[in-house]
Ligand binder design. Structure first.
Ligand code: BT5
Length: 327
């Protein structure tokens, strides 16, 4: 739901794009005077929006800056809860830190923290997540799932499915999911998920789902050490993407996956995950803290563990890394 008059004006202009909308109709739809509309138009222009005003035709949105500020996202968003409350930061060490703080206070389920730049982006196990300014989606979603701690890995799995769908809907690119938390395009990482849980044995107080996605990142924006393993949507598509549109699509798909999971259980998500899994039914090698295993990837157990077929039968892998073959 749009939050301010400015958001409402933007939403109406977006809806009418590429056509004109008269000042009278706009003022009627938004419920403010034409003088007030004019003032908000000036503010939008100052924020980088290009709005054409033509006598007898009215207003027309010509250009939207690639911003991930809440008003841009709200104007696209069609969710019930996800992304209905957004904290936006221009620069922050990590959106995870802000989300933990907010979750400990009063953040509602579905609240989201988004930053344009992270100075200390976090991967799993203390690893670094490179988050160059204004190129990607760096966001953390707060959930309060009524599930047991042992099922927490379901959250990463359903998040991967939701992100895959959101990216495919907006770009048409083919995304593969690599257990446990990567999304790939032709074997290169375009997105990583970091799930952090606070809870006790039989309940989760809250979960923070960190999503890092390379969107308009150019080759030169990546540090040398990840050049060979990372990619972005713009590199694969050959054109830039409006990040707020993509965020809204991802949040919609995530909400759908999450609700389906809570209502119907893990199985439908599991099937969708398996149909997009990197190396499904192929030989893989997984590296675990206890040593390496080589076998055929057969999908997931209902705990979310990886099912690997080895000589002795199938085994469950709970924590591991899968090597990516060089392309
Ligand atoms: C992840 O960790 O893939 C989880 C990344 C989660 C990042 C989000 S951004 C919003 C939120 N706030 C945060 O501070 N974090 C979350 P992991 O599986 O451990 O992968 C980390 C590894 O991926 C690194 O060791 C690099 O090899 C590689 N890597 C780092 N930055 C990358 C990037 N931008 N694109 C692709 N690969 C990257």
């Amino acid at each position: 739901m749009p939050q301010s008059i400015r958001d409402e004006i933007l939403a109406v202009l977006l809806d009418r794009q590429p056509n004109y909308l008269s000042g009278e109709e706009l003022s009627h739809k938004v419920g403010v005077s034409r003088a007030a509309i004019w003032k908000h138009m000036e503010e939008l222009r100052a924020g980088g929006y290009e709005i054409e005003a033509k006598p007898r035709s009215g207003y027309r949105l010509v250009y939207r800056p690639d911003r991930v500020a809440p008003e841009e996202i709200y104007s696209h968003l069609q969710t019930k809860r996800f992304g209905r409350e957004i904290q936006y930061q221009n620069h922050t060490p990590s959106t995870q830190i802000i989300a933990h703080q907010w979750a400990k206070e009063d953040a509602p389920e579905g609240a989201v923290v988004i930053a344009d730049e992270q100075g200390d982006g976090k991967g799993r196990l203390g690893r670094v997540w490179h988050s160059p300014p204004r190129t990607g989606i760096w966001m953390s979603l707060i959930l309060r799932p009524p599930i047991a701690l042992q099922s927490a890995s379901h959250l990463t799995i359903l998040t991967s499915v939701g992100i895959k769908r959101g990216i495919e809907r907006v770009t048409g690119l083919d995304i593969q999911i690599k257990w446990p938390n990567d999304l790939l395009i032709v074997g290169k990482k375009v997105c990583g998920v970091l799930t952090e849980i606070r809870g006790e044995q039989d309940c989760i107080h809250y979960a923070i789902i960190g999503i890092g996605m390379n969107v308009n990142t150019k080759k030169q924006d990546f540090p040398k050490e990840i050049l060979d393993i990372a990619t972005s949507l713009t590199i694969e598509l050959g054109g830039d993407i409006h990040r707020a549109t993509l965020i809204a699509a991802v949040l919609e798909e995530l909400e759908e996956c999450y609700e389906r999971y809570l209502q119907e259980g893990f199985q439908t998500i599991q099937q969708e995950w398996e149909s997009s899994a990197y190396k499904m039914n192929q030989m893989i090698t997984v590296r675990t803290p206890q040593g390496n295993h080589t076998g055929i990837l057969k999908g997931l157990y209902d705990t979310g563990a990886l099912k690997l077929q080895v000589d002795q039968g199938t085994i469950a892998i709970y924590s591991a890394e899968i090597d990516i073959e060089k392309y």
